[in-house]
Every structure is written in C-alpha cells, then in structure tokens.
Design a protein around this ligand. Structure first.
Ligand SMILES: *Cc1c(COP(=O)(O)O)cnc(C)c1O
Length: 364
C-alpha cells in the first residue's frame, strides 16, 4: 500500500503519441469535450490494499464486467477543473485543493473510498505534465476530468469494495456555442434537481442523469440551460444544471442562493463571492424566489444575472423563459458587473493579472 507522502506513479511510454501537427489541428477549434489527450491517470482501491497501482498510462477503454456495480447503481463522482498555459513554459491550475476536498466530500456522500488529497493533486499534475503539449494557447484551456466509480463485480446493493479513480483531459474552447454572448435560461416548472437529504451537494453523475430531461426541454424552448427551483415549495431558485447563479441588483449588491445542501458548492461560486467582497461589493447569500426574480426584472431592481462554473467560467444570462412567457434582463446583453467579474476571474486564472487571494497553483 502506498503511504500518503509517496504517491509514486508508474509511467507508460506512449507507443504512438499524437504528432505536434495533429495536436495543432485539434487545438484550432476544440469545441467542448470531444477531443481527448494521449494519456490518462488511474489508481485502484480495494478493501485489502487501499489505494494502489497509480499510473500514467495511454488513454484506452476500460474493461468492465457486465455486473460492474457502477453500471447498475451509479456509484460515481467526478470533478471538473482547468489547466491554463501561463507565461513562459508554466502551467497554471486554479485552486486544485478545493477540487480535491470536494471530491472527498462527494465520495463520503456516495459511500465511496475517499481519494487522499495528495494523490488527487499528484494525479492531476502527472496528467498535465504528460499531456502538456495539449494545453491550448490564447483563450482555450485543458479541461481536466477526475472521476471515480464502483468497479466491483457484484449485484448486491451495498457500497462497492473496489473503486477506480481516473483523470482524463480534453482541450477546450468556449463552453457555449455563442462564446461570450448572453445565454437564455429555461426555468423548469416540472422537474427538480435535488431534494433535502438527497445528493444535490455531491458532484455525482446521478444528479446529471436526473437533469438531462429538463435540459432537453430547455433546448426545445430555445434555451441554453435549465434553472431548477427547490423541490419542496417549487419557489426558490437553486442553480442551473451544472452552474451556480448570481443576481446583480441596482443598489450594487450581488445575491446568490445559499448552500443549503441541495446546491452544488461551486468553486467558481466561492471565488466570485470572495473576489467581489475583495472589490468592495456586498454579497448576500440568501434565498431568492422566482416570483421575486420576475418582480425585480419588472421593477428594474435586477440589473444583471450570470451563471458560473469551471466549464463556462462566467456566463451572462440575458433572457429567462418559463411556462408563463419570456423576460428580458436589462437590455438582454452581458452587463458591466458580469464583465468586470469575468475579466478579473479569468485574468487571475490565466496568470495575466495579480492574484490577490493566492489561488493560482503552479503545476510545473
Ligand atoms: C460542477 C458544478 C457546478 C460548478 O462548480 P465549479 O466548482 O464552479 O465548477 C455547479 N453546479 C453543479 C450542479 C455542478 O455539477
């Protein structure tokens, strides 16, 4: 068994790495989540051995038994983070320890073996180092996807006794097809994402499975994303399918729903709160109802809305649609507060401006 301080990764030599020219062609227009790098990192956990067999290997399919537990009971969690190309030859990660800690909390909620923080960070660094050639210049980034699943061959219902932890990476451009323009969101009156006591605060695949139909409805209504209201009263704004939400008021305050156990505690969300406060902006974490949202749009008290998460970073919301019709927020474009926060956050993440809260991690 490996001890906490000695996560040694075996390194496979890739037999046929992608050529520099082919990588350059991929990086011209990578899209989101469709091109993958040459390598992956894996580690295994069993009851007898704990975490072991950590390696950087070339990317290839897993062989899973048809009775593999994850295929039946969805014991699976993941993370999403990005590596940026900094000045010189440096590679920057944004608050990776926060991802490591959240991955542990998600594991705990899903009754899985937690990945030690040091193993998580080393795995991410090992992959970034093996696939450094794949990090785009300019406005792109390398999206990193750590994930873990129940790999035991067993159909009984109980926590698995074996897990596979893996990190894969894909070069990405903007998350939304319209780049940085304002998006339109659909407020679902029919479906909810998370209920008290459930798994809303865990980053697990099951939450996404449950959100896909609502997201498909959003798309049918010409919207980019779905907004979920709370499961009990169907009244309080919680979050989007994969992003947290902020409201910017005419008096200068920022409002965001509180972490009530149903909402995913976004690292971008936490960073926006800290950064805004550091800029002298008042931030209120408080329940905000959909009725109030509509009233504040009508009165002009609500000036801007934005969604935030690692994938899209900050996305201005210009319109909301719901069964009752459509509302335009401000003039329907990305507002100045949203732009300012986006410029600050992306500037810090990419190492282009001062990092006042020491968030950037140099991955070598
Ligand atoms: C990942 C995720 C977010 C955003 O979290 P970040 O740490 O900012 O990327 C928000 N909501 C949901 C449901 C998520 O899965």
């Amino acid at each position: 068994m490996m001890t906490n301080t000695q996560w040694a990764f075996t390194q496979e030599v890739h037999p046929n790495p992608t050529s520099i020219d082919a990588i350059a062609a991929h990086l011209e227009n990578p899209g989101f989540g469709r091109i993958f790098t040459d390598h992956m990192v894996t580690a295994r956990w069993t009851e007898e051995r704990g975490w072991h067999d950590a390696k950087v290997e070339f990317r290839k399919p897993f062989q899973l038994d048809p009775a593999c537990a994850v295929l039946h009971y969805a014991q699976e969690i993941f993370e999403g983070m990005k590596a940026y190309r900094g000045a010189g030859d440096s590679v920057l990660l944004f608050r990776p320890t926060e991802n490591a800690r959240r991955f542990q909390r998600s594991a705990e909620r899903m009754a899985m073996a937690p990945v030690p923080e040091a193993l998580f960070i080393k795995a991410v660094e090992a992959l970034v180092s093996a696939d450094k050639r794949w990090i785009p210049d300019g406005d792109g980034s390398l999206y990193l996807r750590p994930f873990m699943f129940a790999s035991e061959t067993f159909l009984g219902v109980r926590p698995s006794k074996e897990y596979i932890f893996c990190v894969i990476a894909c070069p990405v451009g903007p998350y939304f097809k319209n780049g940085n323009s304002a998006v339109t969101v659909w407020v679902s009156d029919e479906y909810t994402r998370a209920a008290p006591g459930g798994t809303g605060a865990a980053k697990c695949g099951g939450n996404y499975a449950a959100s896909l139909l609502a997201q498909a409805q959003a798309a049918e209504h010409g919207c980019d994303q779905v907004v979920f209201l709370d499961a009990v009263e169907h009244r309080w704004v919680e979050e989007l399918g994969g992003m947290n939400i902020f409201f910017s008021m005419a008096d200068g305050t920022l409002v965001t729903p509180p972490l009530n156990g149903n909402i995913l505690p976004g690292i971008t969300r936490a960073s926006v709160i800290d950064l805004a406060r550091n800029e002298g902006i008042t931030v209120e974490e408080r329940p905000y109802s959909f009725d109030q949202w509509c009233a504040d749009v009508a009165s002009g008290h609500l000036r801007e809305v934005f969604a935030c998460g690692t994938a899209a970073v900050i996305a201005g919301v210009g319109r909301i649609r719901h069964v009752g019709g459509e509302l335009v927020i401000g003039d329907g474009t990305v507002g100045p507060v949203t732009e300012r926060i986006r410029d600050l956050l992306t500037g810090i993440q990419r190492g282009r401006i001062d990092d006042p809260l020491s968030w950037v991690h140099h991955a070598g």
